[in-house]
Design a binder for this molecule. Sequence first.
Ligand code: SF4
Length: 152
Amino acid sequence: MTSKSRGCDGYLFDCGVNFEPVLVSACLLGIPCRWHGRKPKKREKLIERLKKRYVLVPICPEQLGGMPTPRTGERLEGSGAEVLDGKLRIIVPETGQDVTRFHVNGAKYTLEIAKIVGARRAYLKGGSPSCDREGVTGEILKRRGIKVIRVP
Ligand code: SF4
């Protein structure tokens, strides 16, 4: 099947529309990747607005880092910057398990995706130890000059 015969729907690079790619937290798109595994509320208005200007690239750093869904729902007791600089660990309160490496790996893989697609901005879900402007992924993207917009 050629790119002409299949049209534009769902294809990022074959439709001749030169929209800028942006990363978007997958849960904002309604994908059930949150720690509890339940379907999140899709942010319809935000998504409709972004789709007019950008190609949306869904990312879930915690899944990219190797964490399952459902998974533990730990909090960041500091900043993503401290985690990346090796000054803070992310620990599951109930079990004491150190899950830092999953968050750091997810941030690194997300950064790789941003580089591959050429994203210069990211819309990340607030209140997450990975996403969020101050989360581990938010921080690694900011350090590489990618604009991070926190979605509350
Ligand atoms: Fe959503 Fe980000 Fe948490 Fe994944 S890591 S569920 S994309 S907030």
